[in-house]
Ligand binder design. Structure first.
Ligand SMILES: Cc1cc2nc3c(=O)[nH]c(=O)nc-3n(C[C@H](O)[C@H](O)[C@H](O)COP(=O)(O)OP(=O)(O)OC[C@H]3O[C@@H](n4cnc5c(N)ncnc54)[C@H](O)[C@@H]3O)c2cc1C
Length: 444
C-alpha cells in the first residue's frame, strides 16, 4: 500500500535535486516536498567537486546570473577566479553541500537518506485528455527500498512507497559511481517511456598505445610529468591516415600518467571522442597530437643554436633547456627513430642536419599518441548521453511524454567542459523544474 502523499518528490539528493529542493522550499513554502537519496548523506558528489573546493559555476555558463542569484539567496558567498571560474568564498565544497541541505530542511523539505528508488510509475497520465482529473488519477507512485531496524535492533531492507503530484528525476548519470551515480535514472526514465542516448564516460584520462610494453619508444618514461602545451585531436575518417580532420584543440597542462594522458585539456578532449560502434567506428579513428613548445618554433630555435653552438654542445643538452628531462628523452627517441639516427641526443649540435632538426620539430610540435581506451566511469567526472533532449522541455526540464515529470541535471543528454559548467547545468535545471512546479501550483 502506498504511504504518504507529497506535492513533489525529488529523486536524488545531488546537485540538481538539492537545488530544486531549496528553490521549492523558498518559492513555495507550505508544500510537502520529499527528497529520496540513496546514499546515507545527500550531496556526496558535491563534496568531491573541484578537488574539494567546488568549482560552482563559470561567468561564461548559461544562466550564470540566475545561479549566482540563487546562491546569494541561500546565503553562499562566492568569488571569481581567473578564466571566470567561480568558487565558494570558503573554497569548501562541503560548505556548499551542507548549506543546500540545511536550507532545504529549514524550509520544510523532508530528506530521507539511504532510500534507493527502484520504480516510478505515472498513474493515468498519458491517456488524460481534459488536463484535470482527480488527485488520485494524477498521482505518481515512487517505490524505494530503505533500511529499517526491527524491535530487536536488526536492520533489514524494507520496500516502501509514496505518491506525489510532481516528480523530479535528478539521479545523475554514471560518472563517479562511488558517489551513488550508477545509472539508475536511465532505467527509471526508460520505464516511463523515455529513450536514452547511450551514456559514455567523459572528462576522463586516456590510455594510449604508446604505453604498451612493446612500444618503442616506451612512453612509461614520461609517467609523473606535467608540462604546458596544446593538445589536439584528429579524426581519420575512412582510413585517411595522411592527416585526418582536427576536431578539438586546447592549450593547458598535459599530465603524463602510468598509462597515458590526463589533465583538464585532455579531459575536455574526451567529449569529442564519441564513436558509433554499429557504424564501424572505433577509438582507433582518433589520433592525439601534443605541441610541447607552443610558444615558438623549435626548428628555428635549433637552427639558431646550431649557428652559435658552443664547442662540444650536444643536441640533448640544448633540448633539455626547453623541455623537462624525461620529455626531452622521449622526444629525442621519437625523432631519432624518424630520422634514422638512434643517438640523435648525443649528436653535436653543430653536426645536426636539417632533416634531423625537422624530425625533432615534428616530435616536439606534433608528438603523436594513439588512444587505446578512455578511463572508465570510476574516474570520469561527467556522462555524455542520457535522456534524449528531444523528449524534455529545454527550459523547465518537463518531460514531453509524461506531464508533471521533470528530468534534470546530468541524467539528461547534456555534458560540458571542465570549469564549473556541469554543476551550472545541474543547479540551473533543478531550479528551472522547481519554478515550473511552483508556477503550475499557483495557476491551479
Ligand atoms: C570527482 C568529480 C569532480 C567534479 N568537479 C566538478 C566541478 O568542480 N565543477 C563542475 O561543474 N562539475 C564537476 N563535476 C561534475 C558534477 O559534479 C556533476 O555534473 C553534477 O554533480 C551532476 O549533478 P546531478 O544532480 O545531475 O547528479 P549528482 O550530483 O551526481 O546527484 C545524483 C544523486 O542521485 C542519487 N541517486 C542515484 N540513484 C539513486 C536512486 N536509485 N535512488 C535515490 N537516489 C539516487 C545519487 O546518490 C546522487 O546523490 C565533478 C564530478 C566528479 C565525479
Amino acid at each position: 500500500m502506498a504511504g504518504k502523499h507529497y506535492d513533489a518528490v525529488i529523486v536524488g539528493g545531488g546537485a540538481s535535486g538539492l537545488a530544486a529542493a531549496a528553490e521549492l522550499g523558498m518559492s513555495s513554502p507550505g508544500l510537502d516536498v520529499l527528497v529520496l537519496e540513496k546514499n546515507e548523506e545527500p550531496g556526496r558528489k558535491i563534496r568531491a567537486t573541484g578537488s574539494g573546493r567546488c568549482n560552482i559555476t563559470n561567468t561564461a555558463a548559461a544562466g550564470y546570473t540566475e545561479i549566482l542569484k540563487f546562491f546569494r539567496r541561500i546565503g553562499l558567498m562566492t568569488r571569481v577566479y581567473e578564466n571566470g571560474l567561480v568558487y565558494p568564498y570558503s573554497e569548501s565544497a562541503a560548505d556548499v553541500a551542507a548549506l543546500l541541505i540545511s536550507r532545504a530542511e529549514e524550509l520544510g523539505v523532508c530528506i530521507i537518506t539511504g532510500a534507493e528508488v527502484t520504480a516510478v510509475t505515472a498513474n493515468g497520465r498519458q491517456d488524460r485528455s481534459d488536463g484535470k482529473g482527480s488527485r488520485e488519477e494524477r498521482s505518481f507512485e515512487i517505490r524505494y527500498s530503505a533500511k529499517e531496524a526491527d524491535r530487536a535492533g536488526r536492520v533489514r531492507m524494507t520496500q516502501k512507497s509514496v505518491t506525489a503530484d510532481y516528480v523530479i528525476l535528478a539521479l545523475g548519470g554514471k560518472a563517479g559511481p562511488t558517489y551513488g551515480t550508477t545509472g539508475d535514472g536511465y532505467r527509471l526514465a526508460r520505464e516511463l517511456g523515455h529513450s536514452i542516448v547511450t551514456p559514455v564516460p567523459v572528462l576522463t584520462s586516456v590510455e594510449c598505445r604508446e604505453w604498451d610494453p612493446e612500444h618503442r619508444p616506451q612512453a612509461m618514461m614520461l609517467a609523473g610529468t606535467r608540462t604546458r602545451g596544446v593538445v589536439s585531436l584528429y579524426r581519420h575518417p575512412d582510413g585517411d591516415w595522411e592527416r585526418g580532420v582536427e576536431v578539438f584543440e586546447e592549450p593547458g597542462e598535459i599530465q603524463f600518467t602510468k598509462y597515458g594522458l590526463s589533465g583538464i585539456c585532455v579531459f575536455n578532449m574526451t567529449r569529442f571522442m564519441r564513436f558509433d560502434r554499429r557504424a564501424g567506428e572505433s577509438l582507433e579513428d582518433f589520433v592525439i597530437r601534443a605541441d610541447l613548445f607552443p610558444d615558438g618554433n623549435i626548428r628555428d630555435f635549433l637552427r639558431d643554436r646550431r649557428s652559435n653552438a658552443f664547442p662540444g654542445e650536444k643536441t640533448g643538452e640544448v633540448l633539455r633547456t626547453v623541455l623537462k628531462d624525461n620529455i626531452a628523452a622521449y622526444v629525442l627517441e621519437t625523432a631519432g627513430g624518424a630520422a634514422a639516427c638512434r643517438h640523435i641526443g648525443d649528436k653535436l649540435l653543430e653536426d645536426l642536419n636539417d632533416a634531423e632538426i625537422d624530425a625533432i620539430g615534428d616530435a616536439v610540435h606534433e608528438l603523436t599518441f594513439h588512444p587505446a581506451q578512455l578511463r572508465g566511469w570510476k574516474e570520469a567526472q561527467a556522462t555524455s548521453g542520457g535522456v534524449s533532449l528531444e523528449e524534455i522541455d529545454e527550459v523547465t526540464g518537463e518531460s514531453r511524454l509524461v506531464r508533471d515529470l521533470y528530468i534534470t541535471g546530468e541524467l539528461a543528454d547534456r555534458d560540458f567542459p571542465c570549469g564549473g559548467f556541469n554543476l551550472s547545468n545541474a543547479w540551473l535545471t533543478g531550479i528551472g523544474a522547481a519554478r515550473d512546479i511552483h508556477d503550475k501550483i499557483q495557476d491551479q
